[in-house]
Design a protein around this ligand. Structure first.
Ligand SMILES: *Cc1c(COP(=O)(O)O)cnc(C)c1O
Length: 497
C-alpha cells in the first residue's frame, strides 16, 4: 500500500514512513492511495475473532510494510486486558432496540483517544526502526484535553521517544488538566499555552514545518513526529472499531449481515468520523454518517452548505474536546471526494489559511450531502439530553456523547430514518463530572471536581473509574504556561537544547 500527500500528488511513501513522519513536508496529510475492501464473507470471518484478532486483520490491509509478527506484537501490547475495563475493548451498550452506544472509553485515560494512542507508540517505534534507525522520536501534541493525556499515557517511558504536550490553559476540564499535569514518566513534558486549541494546533504545525528547527534536531539525532490525528497511525486503529461494531451488531442479531447501520459521531478534528467513512468505503454496510457538533458548529454549516468558514466566534463549551474551528482531518475527506485532486485540496486549504473560508465545488458538495448528515447542540440541550437519557434508560453519558445523542434524536425525527444506529461514545462521564452533575441535578452545585464525582456517584450509582478517583489531592508536576509565540522556545527548553 502506497501513501501520498493531500497537497502534493507526486509524494509516494510507505506506511511506516507516513507514520514516522506524521505530516508531509508540503503541509499535507498522508493518505493511502487506494482503500482496501472487505466483503460480507470477510465480515463473517471477522465476527468469529475477538477485538485483537479483528484489529490485526484490518491493520494488515493498510500497513503492508509491517510483518504479521510486528503487527501482532503492536496490537497485543496495545489492547491488553489489564488496561481496558471491558474484555471486549470497545463494547456496545444497547440503549434501545434501535440505538447502540459504542463505548470507546474503556481504556486507561477514559476517553476514546486511548483506542488509537495505546497502539500508536508501538506502530511508531516499529516504523522508526525501519525508516530512521538510531533516531529519537520527539512527539509534539496539541490537545483539547483528551489526546494529551492519552498520548502521555501511551508514550510514557517508551524507549527512544520523548513526548511534549501543549494544552489551552483555560480550554480543558479540571479533570483533564489534572490527568495531564500529574503524568509520571521520565520522557514526558506538559505545557499550558495562553490561547485556545486552534492556537496550540497551529503552533505545533508551524514547528513541524520549520526547516531550521528540523536541522537543529537532526544534528542532535532527534526527529519530530505527531500523535495528533493528522498522523495516519492514529486514524487506522479507529477504523477497526467501526468494523468490529458492525460484526458485533450482526453477531447479536441486531442487524442482518449486509443491512446498513447509521453511525453518529461527536466530532471535533474530524478524525473519528473519517475513520467511519473509511470503514464504509471498505465495504462495511454503513448508511448515513451523522456528524454532531457543539456550539462550535463550523462542520454543521459546512456539511449542509458546502462553505467552510472559520471566521466565527470560538465558544468554550461543556464538551471541550470538540471546541475546534479548524478540523484538520477534513482535508483528507476533501482529497478523497475530489478524486484525489491534490491541487484542488491545496487550494481549499490555502483559502482557509489566507481568507478564513472556502466553498467546495457543486460536485464535491453533492457527494458530501449523500454521505453525511449533520447537526449541532448547545450546552443547555447537551445537559437536557444527559438528563433525558438517564431518566429514560438509566444510562449515564458524558457531554460529548450527549451532543451525539441529541443530534441523532433530531435527525431521527426529521428524516424518519429508522435504521439501526451506532452512537460513538467518546468519554466516561466522570471526566466531565461538574457538567454531568449539573445536568442530572442542577441544585447540587459544587466548585470542586471531586465533590462532583462523589455526588454523581451517589445520585446515579455509575461506577467511578479508579484512575480518575485516585487523582484527588494529587499535586501537579507540570505548571508552566507560555504565550503561543513562545512554543518553539518551550520545546527547546524541555529538550534541554
Ligand atoms: C477528541 C474527542 C472528540 C472529537 O474527536 P475527533 O476525532 O477530533 O473528531 C470527541 N469527544 C471526545 C471525548 C474527545 O476526546
Amino acid at each position: 500500500m502506497i501513501y501520498t500527500s493531500t497537497r502534493d500528488a507526486s509524494v509516494r511513501v510507505s506506511a511506516s514512513e507516513a507514520i514516522a513522519k506524521g505530516i508531509s513536508a508540503d503541509g499535507g496529510l498522508f493518505v493511502p492511495m487506494t482503500i482496501p475492501t472487505i466483503n460480507l464473507v470477510d465480515i463473517e470471518r471477522l465476527m468469529r475473532l475477538d477485538y485483537i484478532g479483528r484489529a490485526k486483520e484490518i491493520l494488515k490491509l493498510y500497513l503492508t510494510d509491517f510483518s504479521d509478527d510486528e503487527l501482532a506484537a503492536c496490537v497485543e501490547n496495545a489492547y491488553r486486558a489489564d488496561k481496558f475495563s471491558s474484555p471486549e475493548i470497545a463494547p456496545l451498550y444497547a440503549l434501545s432496540d434501535e440505538v447502540q452506544v459504542l463505548e470507546l472509553w474503556r481504556g486507561p485515560t477514559c476517553a476514546f483517544k486511548d483506542m488509537a494512542l495505546q497502539l500508536l507508540p508501538h506502530l511508531l517505534t516499529a516504523a522508526a526502526a525501519k525508516t530512521r534507525k538510531g533516531v529519537k522520536i520527539v512527539i509534539l501534541v496539541a490537545t483539547s484535553g483528551d489526546t494529551g493525556k492519552a498520548a502521555l499515557e501511551g508514550f510514557c517511558d517508551v524507549p527512544n521517544t520523548q513526548i511534549l504536550v501543549f494544552y489551552p490553559e483555560n480550554g480543558v476540564s479540571p479533570m483533564q488538566k489534572l490527568q495531564m499535569t500529574t503524568q509520571a514518566g521520565a520522557n514526558v513534558g506538559v505545557c499550558a499555552i495562553e490561547g485556545n486549541f486552534d492556537d496550540a494546533q497551529t503552533g505545533v504545525k508551524a514547528i513541524f514545518t520549520d526547516r531550521a528547527l528540523e536541522e537543529k534536531f537532526a544534528a542532535h539525532n532527534l526527529a519530530f513526529s505527531s500523535a495528533n490525528s493528522i498522523n495516519w497511525g492514529r486514524l487506522v486503529p479507529q477504523i477497526v472499531y467501526y468494523v468490529s461494531a458492525y460484526c458485533d451488531m450482526v453477531k447479536s442479531e441486531r442487524v442482518k449481515l449486509g443491512a446498513p447501520v447509521n453511525v453518529v459521531v461527536p466530532t471535533g478534528n474530524f478524525g473519528n468520523i473519517l475513520a467511519a467513512y473509511y470503514a464504509k468505503q471498505m465495504g462495511v454496510p454503513i448508511g448515513k454518517l451523522i456528524c454532531a457538533s457543539n456550539a462550535n458548529d463550523v462542520l454543521t454549516e459546512f456539511l449542509t452548505t458546502g462553505v467552510y468558514n472559520r471566521k466565527r466566534p470560538f465558544y468554550c463549551t461543556e464538551s471541550p474536546s470538540m471546541d475546534i474551528l479548524v478540523s484538520s482531518n477534513l482535508e483528507r475527506l476533501l482529497f478523497l471526494l475530489s478524486g484525489q485532486d491534490a491541487d484542488q485540496t491545496r487550494a481549499y486549504m490555502q483559502a482557509l489559511t489566507e481568507e478564513g473560508s472556502y466553498k467546495v465545488s457543486d460536485k464535491l458538495f453533492s457527494k458530501l450531502s449523500d454521505l453525511f448528515a449533520a447537526g449541532s447542540c448547545d450546552d443547555a440541550d447537551t445537559e437536557r439530553t444527559i438528563r433525558r437519557i438517564f431518566e429514560e434508560y438509566h444510562y449515564l453519558c458524558d457531554t460529548h456523547t450527549a451532543v451525539a445523542l441529541n443530534v441523532y434524536a433530531a435527525y431521527r425525527t426529521k428524516t424518519g430514518d429508522a435504521a439501526p444506529t451506532v452512537v460513538a461514545s467518546t468519554a466516561n462521564p466522570y471526566k466531565f463530572s461538574k457538567s454531568v452533575l449539573h445536568a442530572i441535578s442542577p441544585d447540587r452545585v459544587t466548585d470542586d471536581e471531586f465533590d462532583a464525582v462523589e455526588a454523581l456517584h451517589e445520585l446515579t450509582g455509575a461506577p467511578v473509574p479508579p484512575q480518575l478517583g485516585a487523582l484527588r489531592g494529587k499535586t501537579p508536576r507540570f505548571t508552566k504556561v507560555v504565550s503561543k509565540e513562545d512554543m518553539t522556545a518551550a520545546v527547546l527548553e524541555m529538550l534541554g537544547l
